[in-house]
Design a protein around this ligand. Structure first.
Ligand code: RRO
Length: 309
């Protein structure tokens, strides 16, 4: 018998797959589809205090090896998602993730205070890495600011919380960020967000409208960067901070590699956008096949056990 069960914080999930925040998780209908899919759990669209339309279209384009987006945080507003999460709680489900992406630290504190004081018992993913809001830097690239944000958040917040990070590309940056994260009672990190501010050119033109065509890249293009981030943080973080891998997952083999590098859970973005929620059962079947071939019966049989030469 093969089990794909996995644990984050004190919560156990029936399998290690979920959506990446932002993909098909903004409306009630999309969230219901995710809940009813084969995924082990799901996460809501990153939200701001007030609803947002987001950036002008075209703002998401499928590319041969992935996607480029500059959605600009379109969402139905914090109240909608808190209401949704509380309804899930009332119906006995506390195993979902709630993504928060305030436009300021004050907004994040306001939303997290309300979550802290509510009946919500799920996990919060605090998004420190949206690359697409004109004039707003990605917090995760400002080390002192990230430290300050976490210091303020953990001065009052006691429920399970993790952060979504941008990709890092320098060993010193991995070490600096890990040293900051290790100071706090974080339950998980999610890495990586899209590789921000990339440019795709076709027919002498950009392909998305916002920011002169600059946008976040996801999909196969980013898998090696995602794996490197998962691996490096697996090595550097204290063991009670779980890692949720995200980036370039199209197949069971991709999930297997994320887990080998140290992920406890794996998110799917670009491929979920392309195929819809049926992607989960396909990938789970492929993952089980790989495990069967290797005589692995649980995720723990290979989690973090990447061979080095
Ligand atoms: O909404 C977006 O433009 C967006 C967000 Br909040 C994010 O975190 N990552 C991304 O690629 N797009």
């Amino acid at each position: 018998m093969i089990s794909l069960e996995t644990t984050i914080s004190n919560k156990t999930f029936s399998n290690c797959l979920m959506n990446a925040s932002g993909v098909k998780c903004m409306t009630l209908e999309e969230l219901s589809n995710l809940k009813n899919s084969e995924s082990g759990t799901w996460i809501t669209k990153s939200c701001t205090i007030s609803p947002r339309e987001g950036n002008p279209s075209p703002r998401y384009v499928d590319l041969q090896l992935g996607s480029i987006n500059s959605m600009g945080l379109p969402n139905l507003g914090f109240e909608f998602y808190l209401d949704y999460a509380l309804k899930e709680h009332k119906s006995g489900n506390d195993n979902l993730f709630f993504s928060v992406a305030g436009l300021t630290l004050e907004d994040n504190i306001e939303m997290l205070t309300q979550i802290e004081n509510s009946d919500f018992q799920g996990l919060v993913e605090l998004n420190l890495s949206c690359p697409n809001i004109p004039g707003k830097p990605q917090t995760g690239y400002d080390f002192d600011r990230t430290d300050e944000v976490l210091k303020q958040v953990f001065s009052f917040y006691t429920k399970p919380l993790g952060v979504k990070l941008p990709p890092y590309f320098d060993i010193v940056h991995f070490e600096m960020m890990a040293n900051i994260l290790n100071k706090y009672q974080l339950r998980f990190i999610t890495c990586i967000n899209s590789i921000g501010n990339a440019l795709y050119v076709e027919d002498e033109s950009v392909v998305i409208k916002p920011k002169g065509g600059f946008g976040g890249i996801g999909g196969a293009y980013v898998k090696p960067t995602a794996l490197a981030n998962v691996r490096m943080f697996h090595k550097l973080l204290k063991k009670d901070i779980s890692i949720i891998g995200c980036g370039g997952v199209e197949s069971g083999k991709d999930v297997f590699e994320h887990i080998l590098c140290g992920a406890s859970m794996v998110q799917i973005g670009t491929q979920l956008m392309k195929d819809g929620t049926k992607v989960f059962s396909k990938i789970l079947t492929e993952l089980k096949e790989i495990m069967k071939d290797k005589n692995y019966t649980t995720i723990l049989d290979f989690k973090g056990k990447l061979k080095e030469l």
